[in-house]
Design a protein around this ligand. Structure first.
Ligand code: ZN
Length: 139
């Protein structure tokens, strides 16, 4: 297994209410020249967690931070006009919380980040720090 220091949250940057799946993202990422989907987990509108790239494989989601991180992506992130918005459904919120909890148990040293901590982007369109127990293991 790779050394995991970060869990990085993303959104698909697609319009609110549009239900894309891991298979769609896999197709998009292949057209961008990736071997396969760049994220490790995808959270659908109904809270279903789909698997993307195997955890043991380095992802392709955050420039400069892929080798020691896990990439999670929820479907949504834009309003109907294409502006950044926290569009997560109640099911997506709880699925994300559960998944992060589970991963923190397995990788206690991993810090939770949003993509925007590392790039000049809005992704994932909500404040990961205030919401997802960041660095609960540090004093
Ligand atoms: Zn992102």
């Amino acid at each position: 297994m790779r050394k995991i220091n970060k869990i990085i949250i993303h959104c698909t940057a697609t319009a609110e209410g549009k239900n894309y799946t891991a298979a769609d993202i896999d197709r998009w990422h292949k057209t961008m020249g990736f071997s396969k989907i760049g994220y490790h987990y995808i959270i659908l509108l109904d809270g279903t967690v789909e698997l993307g790239r195997p955890l043991a494989e380095k992802g392709a989601h955050t420039a400069g931070h892929n080798s020691d991180s896990i990439g999670i992506c929820y479907v949504g992130g834009l309003d109907c006009l294409g502006n950044p918005k926290d569009t997560r459904t109640t099911a997506q919120r709880s699925a994300l919380e559960e998944l992060v909890k589970k991963l923190k148990k397995r990788f206690p040293k991993a810090a939770i980040h949003g993509h925007r901590d590392f790039a000049n982007k809005d992704c994932p369109c909500f404040d990961v720090r205030t919401e997802l127990y960041n660095n609960t293991d540090s004093a």
